[in-house]
Design a protein around this ligand. Structure first.
Ligand code: HEC
Ligand code: HEC
Length: 309
């Protein structure tokens, strides 16, 4: 329950939420038992945590910024609570005020940096981001994991004005620019020829059928990889994870859907997947840091541990 963010909700919005909830038919569902270990199962510890973590006041509207920017801040920080997943946490698990939106890991999945620089690095421009929050799909790929839920249950239902404001705020603009701004495409980085040819052969054999010869994606079937955010974010862990585990078929707003992506854990060994990831991220994302076989092995071990639960 992200009450740390919801405490910024206006009284009007909380009243409206309450009025809406009161129109729902009650259901008899037993309360879940508290499964946390000592001392986290003690309620008073939360009070102590609140004293330490909720020191910062909820932001007041900034008179030096536009109404759009201020509305966007309210949508991002209170209603959308984007920081709960995208802001790294300190030792006592409170959001770090000095690192808002700089990226964090949620249940093993990287929630990327969504500061203006981070967004541009992934290939988003202000108009593209507003559209992504409505559709869950873009040239940067599809929303998956917790981000799929965010779009599915929440942002797709926002009106155009709120999506515009959200995007303007995250890009730190007072208004969206009149024209879409094309972000600079990354410059490919060279990888050793032998690695590149093995990776290209793997890509052509296993991936191109669904993702296109040049990683351009196939509308209504699969997402583009060439322009995908996972090629450009700091770590290759998301690319490795999707390839090892696969992804479920997902329905997106506007009757759009993506097929399921099969898991490749049995078809690619650690080195082959590391080389494939290294080449894709260098060629398409301009990332020089290679994906290591150790990273693949680590995620594969996690996969086995999950399967034996
Ligand atoms: C419950 C956790 C959670 C919340 C809340 C959340 N995100 Fe995310 N977000 C994620 C995760 C996890 C990813 C990475 C998903 C992936 O790799 O596909 C992500 C990815 C993204 C991306 C990159 C595109 C993509 O899907 O990879 C953008 C942009 C983004 N989030 C914006 C937002 C904004 C704006 C908000 C607030 C309205 C928000 N997120 C709220 C967890 C969250
Ligand atoms: C049978 C078709 C199919 C094949 C083969 C396939 N994929 Fe996919 N892939 C998909 C689909 C469909 C999605 C989108 C799934 C979704 O959004 O639910 C996807 C998503 C992904 C993603 C996540 C992208 C994002 O935007 O979050 C990555 C990374 C990926 N594939 C890599 C690969 C690699 C690498 C290979 C080859 C080893 C491969 N895929 C082979 C169908 C396929």
């Amino acid at each position: 329950m992200p009450y740390t963010s919801y405490r910024g909700l206006s009284t009007e919005d909380v009243d409206a939420l309450y009025a809406y909830l009161m129109t729902r038919t009650p259901m008899a569902v037993a309360n879940k038992a508290n499964t946390l270990g000592f001392p986290f199962d003690q309620r008073w510890t939360l009070a102590a945590w609140n004293v330490l973590s909720l020191l910062a006041k909820v932001a007041e509207p900034d008179p030096n910024r536009s109404d759009v920017w201020n509305r966007g801040r309210y949508v991002a920080e209170a209603l959308g609570h984007c920081g709960e997943c995208h802001t790294p946490r300190n030792l006592i698990q409170a959001m770090r005020a000095d690192a808002s939106y700089r990226g964090a890991t949620i249940e093993g999945v990287e929630a990327p940096d969504i500061t203006p620089d981070g967004l541009r690095r992934m290939g988003f421009d202000p108009h593209g981001l507003a559209q992504f929050m409505r559709l869950g799909l873009s040239a940067q790929g599809g929303a998956t994991h917790q981000m799929f839920d965010v779009v599915h249950f929440s942002t797709q239902h926002m009106d155009e004005a709120d999506l515009t404001a959200l995007s303007a705020y995250l890009f730190d603009r007072d208004a969206l620019p009149s024209e879409p701004e094309k972000p600079v495409a990354p410059t490919p980085v060279a990888v050793p020829q032998a690695v590149a040819s093995r990776a290209q052969a793997t890509y052509a054999g296993l991936c191109a059928g669904c993702h296109g010869q040049a990683g351009e994606g196939i509308p209504h079937v699969s997402v583009p990889l060439r322009t995908n955010a996972l090629m450009r974010v700091a770590s290759g862990s998301g690319l490795v994870r999707a390839t090892l585990h696969g992804l479920p078929a997902q329905r997106f707003p506007g009757n759009e859907r993506m097929e399921a992506m099969p898991p490749f854990a049995n078809l690619l060994d650690d080195t082959a997947l590391a080389e494939l990831g290294t080449w894709m991220r260098a060629e398409w994302g301009g990332q020089s840091a290679p994906v290591s076989a150790e990273e693949v092995a680590r995620q594969r071990a996690g996969l086995r541990a999950d399967a034996s639960k």
